[in-house]
Design a protein. Sequence first.
Lengths: 225, 110
Amino acid sequence: MIVCIMKRDWTGPHAAAQHGRMPHDHHDHPHALLPPDPALRVKALETILTQKGLIDPAALEEIIDTYQNKIGPQNGARVVARAWSDPEFRAALLADADPVLADLGYYGRQGEHMVVVENTPQQHNMVVCTLCSCYPWPLLGIPPGWYKSDAYRARAVREPRKVLAEFGVTLPPEAAVRVWDSTAEVRYLVLPMRPEGTGGMSEEELAALVTRDSMIGTGLAKVPS
Amino acid sequence: MSACPEVAAPEPVFAEPWHAQVFALTVHLNEAGRFSWSDWVERFSATLKRHGLSRELDGGEDYFRAWLETLEVFLAEDGAASRAEAEVMRSRWEEAYLSTPHGAPVHLRG
């Protein structure tokens, strides 16, 4: 399996702390620059738990590396492209996503179930977590800031069409909007509609049309240029 | 030719290193069996709700501050890291930064 690495401005979990990459960086500073208060509090917890043998620092590095570099919307895009190309795969995915995704190596590390909901001309699906920020991590990675904001979490349910319009999505009036509220146990992925003019495209080419937002339901798949 | 599509990443996954660290710490503690993810979500959403009463949260720094506060309280309640222990250790790290020459690696003393 090919693991696609996303380009990030990231130099490692301890980089800022050790190299003083803080807002007030000055090279003539007499001592190491003090990280912000919450960073010190996290370090404190990490040290205490490591000393008590309750955590393994190497496991923390692995988790950060995974979510930072290996998992992202490219995983979900691959699943969507396959569903567009393979009717049997699509049917199995919609019927019971967990085993299908597990075959591809995507499974919820927190034991959550994944449900795939399909957009049709009659129904557009959109995902929110009104509780906090539950999200299909294995398929989309860490959610964007707006997904975690109070504004989106409150308004997606109350006025989904207005929110969609702000994302630049206008639906025909006959299309119903269904909003799915994620929980600790169930995470949703939207299967967007396959754009026109994509007949004969390979799964790889199709995957490039699948945006993160189209899998949250706040966007549509890109139309090939 | 690479099989990987060019994925534009205008926003980093974690804006600050400590966001990544507190996230990983929580995921690791859950995976090690310290608490269930639904317990975590219940507590975290209660913190977000409480913080959101006084102002609108933007899902950035304020989100991870709420996350950290939830984890601190959780660990204090279950005895893994008491408030006092956490405060002492935080001070020791602060002292270590302030007494380490700029550019040198920072280590806890003692």
